[in-house]
Design a protein around this ligand. Sequence first.
Ligand code: ZN
Length: 305
Amino acid sequence: MEGTKAQFIDLATCPACAGQRIRRYKKGTYAGRLTQDEIKITDSQYGRVWDLSLCLDCGHIFANPCPSPDFIFSLYGEVCDPEYEEEAAGRSRNFLPILESLERVIPERGALFDVGAATGILLDLARSRGWEPDGIEPSSWAVKTAAEKYGLALRHGPFETACLKGNAYAAVLMVDFIEHTPLPHEAVVRAQRILRPAGILVLVTPDIRSPAARIAGRRWWHLRPAHLAFFSRASLQALLSRAGFTIIEERRYAWTFSAHYLLSRKRLTRVLLKNSAMSSFFKRIPIKLALGDSFEIYARKDRNG
Ligand SMILES: [Zn+2]
């Protein structure tokens, strides 16, 4: 992206728990300046991370120095990722278990807000199940796609600074969002404000200490420069309780991909997929990766902030 230069902020406190016992955790393997391609959801170059710090109080691991919020917001504003939408059926399949779990926790359906709604695949599914869909997305391309493809009027911009009505939503969803924002505390506080009393926040985010992450080592697919933070169970607890939430249910998340998507992660098989018949065949085969390497957390709003 031309024009907007990356700026970095040295963090002296933990973004999750506000603790001050911070230690250098790992030297980064990424020295770029973050481009649009690298923050796409479908980015396939793994193993690259920023210089990481560790919070000794809650175990949170985070980019430090961290790219500035302004820089991150403007970068996401310009993302264009048609490959993401091509996998719409598979992605919808991924979101179904989340909504089913949410509906067990909160039986009466109402207004549901998706943070970082991308092209609206989750909201389209939620609407078909009786929820009133609302959401926000920084990418102009994604907002336009959501309107054209699903007839959804997404709010446009970063959630962390959006002006939204308080006490208005039964549920707020942050699926693979919290690890991308330089302002996780502000985001969760905002979610707390817009939820009605006893409303539910759903959070899905990678677990760097999961067995899958340990086995994959430097090739773990969540090690990418778009991820500014890696939460632990304790740092999620700290982040949520600090903002007025109680965790009421948690699961391990297993993503489903099409065979096409998985094969296209490998350079060799990308050549094979250039054949269009082969390509559409593989797009129809779902493969469940039962890695369980993400947290899936359901937290209830406890008090008005
Ligand atoms: Zn901490």
